[in-house]
Design a protein around this ligand. Structure first.
Ligand SMILES: *Cc1c(COP(=O)(O)O)cnc(C)c1O
Length: 378
């Protein structure tokens, strides 16, 4: 079955007991057992719940994996995957990571004994020098946040295999509709389902998908033991969002491309970072490994903090708020929002300059969005 069909039907067959066409909200903490000798498929909702299972099955199908697991947040999913590492193990992570992933690595896993190296994973030669004998995991995002650099997932996967490590790809920015890392050789895909997958800025959630049975067993064990599982209503809302992922992504991308092309012609915008533009340094790689370019557009404004502040506060449709991937457009100022956990020096080293603004382009009418940007730039 094709993507659009899987999003609506995978794991979501009508309820066998009632015929309900939509997966019910199994709002129960525990499940009746009929014999002490043989327990049923479900015992207790931390360990498993049918609404959650439907979502996990659907996500696994969309990413081309065999196993899916969902979590209370993307960060909980990240923590569960990082827990495959043991003290003394080494991880290579992309330098321009989601701020919260960097915080987990620096403040939770480094003190726990994990050795962390940050590398420019969009530069294969630089990345290759970061391996050690103890390297067990590679963690990348592509496109990166907020500069939208592209990492060559197939090449990184090949290098990772040679070193007997696992490649994890945070696929939040593109969703499985535009990028399927497992097919490119990655071992594990992680999502903040908060973003495009749920798609309506109404829940916080995370997911992990893999076809590696050992990785699945380890992450599943940690999920049940540590317990950061999503609530059943949140799973249901995520399933509802998932059904329209394909059409949303197509609209998001069409709007983003239209606005990125127009922003490139604006004198007060000194640079537009969007992988769908031929001016993007890795446009060819993005075209090869992705089936679309997504809807996060970062711009550099002519000016400094004062101009950026004026622009962000003048926008009316683009709401000044953390996050991305919802149907409504948002604007984010990375130094004070998504990347506030980095020091000024760390941000500068990554190229996150004070005149950068990140736009999450929604699915409103593109002409209204253009008008809003035009009045804020004026
Ligand atoms: C939001 C986000 C996360 C963290 O997810 P939460 O659901 O906020 O915990 C991780 N990676 C990326 C790329 C994100 O955008």
């Amino acid at each position: 079955m094709k993507f659009e069909t899987l999003a609506i039907r995978a794991g979501q067959d009508p309820d066998p007991t009632t015929g309900a066409v939509i997966t019910p909200v199994y709002q129960t903490s525990t499940f009746l057992q009929t014999s002490l000798d043989k327990f049923g498929a479900y015992e207790y909702t931390r360990s498993g719940n049918p609404t959650r299972a439907a979502l996990e099955t659907a996500l696994a199908a969309l990413e081309g994996g065999t196993h899916g697991l969902t979590f209370a947040s993307g960060s909980a999913a990240t923590a569960a995957v990082l827990h495959l590492l043991k003290p003394g193990d080494h991880i290579i992570a992309g330098r321009d990571l989601y701020g919260g992933t960097y915080r987990l690595l620096e403040s939770v896993y480094r003190p726990y004994g994990i050795d962390v190296t940050y590398a420019d994973t969009y530069d294969l030669a630089a990345f290759q020098t970061a391996f050690k004998a103890t390297t067990r995991m590679i963690w990348i995002e592509s496109p990166t946040n907020p500069l939208l650099r592209i990492c060559d997932i197939a090449a990184i996967a090949a290098e990772t295999k040679r070193h007997n490590a696992r490649l994890v790809v945070d696929n939040t920015f593109l969703s499985p509709y535009f990028q399927r890392p497992l097919a490119l050789g990655a071992d594990i895909v992680m999502h903040s389902t908060t973003k495009y997958i749920a798609g309506h800025s109404d829940i916080v959630g995370g997911a992990v998908i893999t076809a590696d049975a050992d990785a699945y067993t380890g992450i599943k064990f940690y999920q049940n033991a540590a317990g950061a599982v999503p609530g059943v209503w949140d799973c249901w809302l995520t399933l509802r969002g998932l059904k329209t992922l394909a059409i949303r992504m197509r609209e998001h991308e069409a709007n983003a491309l239209f606005l990125a092309q127009w922003l490139e012609t604006q004198p007060k915008v000194t640079r537009v970072y969007y992988p769908g533009l031929p001016s993007h340094a890795q446009h060819a790689l993005a075209k090869r490994q992705q089936t679309g370019f997504g809807a996060v557009v970062t711009i550099a404004l002519d000016g400094q903090y004062a101009e950026v502040k004026r622009f962000c506060e003048k926008l009316k449709l683009f709401l000044l708020a953390e996050s991305l991937g919802g149907v409504e457009s948002l604007v984010c100022y990375p130094p004070k929002m998504s990347h506030a956990v980095l020091s000024e020096a760390e941000r500068r080293a990554q190229g996150i300059l004070p005149n950068l603004v990140r736009l999450s382009v929604g699915i409103e009418n593109k002409l209204d969005l253009q008008d809003d940007l035009a009045q804020a730039l004026a």
